[in-house]
Design a protein around this ligand. Sequence first.
Ligand code: BV8
Ligand code: ZN
Length: 257
Amino acid sequence: MNPRPHAIDDVVAILRNARHVVVFTGAGVSAESGIPTFRDALTGLWERFDVAELASADGFRRDPELVWGWYEWRRMSVMRAQPNAAHRAIAALAREVPKLTLVTQNVDDLHERAGSEGALHLHGSLFAPRCFECGQPASLAHLPDEPDGGRRLAPPRCSHCGGALRPGVVWFGEMLPEDVLGQAFEAARACELLLSVGTSSVVFPAAQIPIDAHRAGATVVQINPNATDLDAIADFNMRGTAANLLPEFVGRALPPT
Ligand code: BV8
Ligand code: ZN
């Protein structure tokens, strides 16, 4: 269902007058680049595992080759994907509004490849592995090895201590990077408008960002084809996809080039 036309006009008017806009993204913003969202990613070969088996330190300790293989498969699919119109619209918006803070739960680099700078990655990145033992950052072979057979892949070894490398993401049960999370909450409490794009709003503390923006008096606009827990507090719930709706907002809010 397309959002009510006047609702888009209202949001465009707010966007035009906002001094500080926060854009808060989840896996849905990369869906139209062909990247499965977090729950979709647990399909196919991995459908018999639950998230705790793959996206947790215990899961990695239990089976490092399964977990490393899953993340390398995801990194490979990101490297083969392209940013979509939603990523590009967010990058264009940042060039036009006085201040834009991009806060993402995503671990892909599609915002950066679309031209966004300084994105706050609450849950880390597929492109910043580190040693599971000593924490030493490591670099990865440009293209991952093709995970063999059932997608199992032995993690490379740390050059410093010989420990296994782990993905540079925040797993369930792990703390988010404190400085990044602090900056995200600060922006949420200072902005006039927060656009929540493509997130199920179920994972905390990230899901607290739009709630704090709302409590601080910001207008909260949600873009998602489905209902989420954020529906209850969003001022506008736009039922649609990121690559369709964001370019429309941005196109109407920005002066014609
Ligand atoms: C922590 C990186 C504390 C890894 C991820 C109860 C209350 C509060 C907390 C908890 C609680 N119970 C458990 C917890 C803790 C837990 C949590 O929140 N669990 C949830 C399940 C309840 N949180 C944690 O563990 C966090 N750490 O709390 O530490 C602590 C305290 C003491 C000591 C130590 C620690 C850490 C959470 C981070 C986990 N890592 N990602 C990786 O990527 O592998 S989270 C991961 O799942 C994603 O990053 C994403 O944020 C989240 C949800 O995944 P998805 O649903 O796929 O993605 P998304 O949410 O973005 O949803 C997709 C949406 O897009 C859908 O709504 C869909 O409709 C929409 N969509 C689809 N297509 C489109 C679209 N939208 C627009 N356009 C489209 N085309
Ligand atoms: Zn090490």
